[in-house]
Design a protein around this ligand. Structure first.
Ligand SMILES: [Zn+2]
Length: 299
């Protein structure tokens, strides 16, 4: 590096910094996959050296239960998970484990919903052959517990216009409220999807490619090619990262909402009202979802 120009040194420093960001982003992405809390501030770390000590969420799969899914609008099998908070030093768990909450993940639509372990008579080790069989085994009093909800769904199926205004408002809001915690969690971490990953790989390759291309054109412009490659790589990573959350909204949230709201024959004005109420209650979903996202899915 003794013969390197100041511009080349600056490029190398910028590359080092970006690689650090890539590593941190990847670590956060891993954390999001393995610790799927719906609480925005669900992960606590030591303030001095965030990755060295602190408390972290761990998730343990307990088995399967059946319950009503607000997105599928019918009873479905759920993968039951227990989420615990545990202290750690250097990622190694220490101290007591505190069970904080349980959550179920619908095996059909992958929506997470908070629940209580005590709600179920037992937790099945394997998913039963049918939802009805799993329902009878894990929620034997489902006829009483879900009676009211299933009665409303029968009205939706038979004559959606027969719903009272209050019941319709409640049914309209339910899918949004069910998905809102997942949106809060997703937006509390740096977004990493396949496009961001591809952009990071491109960032690693672009400087060398651009440098080689410029050198082939003119040996004196190799450094310029390196700079252009770095700038292009940085711009690509930033551009894909900015769009990652919107892509997730369109890919995960919008189809589930569209499918769930379909039987209600909902209008755009009604969706606007629900989104406005979500914004008033400081749900991120109210701000990040656009009516056009749902219209695009319905078209
Ligand atoms: Zn579902």
């Amino acid at each position: 590096m003794q013969n390197a120009t100041p511009a080349a040194l600056a490029c190398a420093a910028a590359a080092d910094r970006l690689l650090q960001l890539v590593a941190i982003t990847a670590a956060r992405g891993d954390r999001r996959i393995t610790h799927t809390s719906r609480e925005p501030a669900a992960y606590e770390e030591g303030t001095a050296m965030p990755l060295v000590w602190g408390r972290k969420w761990t998730t343990r799969k307990l088995g399967f239960v059946a319950d009503f899914c607000e997105i599928c609008r019918r009873p479905q099998p759920f993968a039951l998970e227990r989420r615990s908070l545990v202290g750690h030093v250097g990622r190694l768990p220490i101290g007591a484990t505190h069970v904080v909450r349980h959550q179920g993940r619908c095996t059909r639509c992958s929506t997470e919903m908070a629940t209580e372990h005590l709600r179920y008579a037992q937790v099945a080790r394997h998913k039963a052959a049918s939802t009805h069989e799993l329902l009878a085994a894990t929620l034997p009093d489902h006829e009483q517990v879900l009676q009211q909800r299933l009665a409303v769904e029968r009205v939706v199926r038979d004559d959606v216009d027969a719903l009272s205004p209050a019941a319709r408002r409640d049914l309209l809001a339910r899918p949004f409220v069910a998905l809102s915690p997942m949106v809060d969690q997703r937006f509390s971490t740096l977004p990493v999807d396949a496009w961001v990953g591809a952009a990071m790989l491109a960032f690693l390759a672009l400087p060398a490619l651009a440098r080689a291309a410029c050198r082939w054109v003119s040996p004196d412009s190799a450094q310029l090619g390196l700079l252009c490659g770095l700038a292009l790589g940085l711009a690509l990573v930033a551009w894909t990262a900015v769009g990652a959350r919107r892509r997730w909204i369109r890919r995960f949230v919008a189809p589930r909402l569209t499918g769930s709201l379909g039987p209600l024959c909902v209008s755009s004005a009604e969706i606007e009202v629900v989104l406005g109420e979500l914004r008033l209650q400081r749900h991120k979903l109210g701000s990040v979802l656009r009516v056009s996202d749902l219209q695009r899915r319905r078209a």
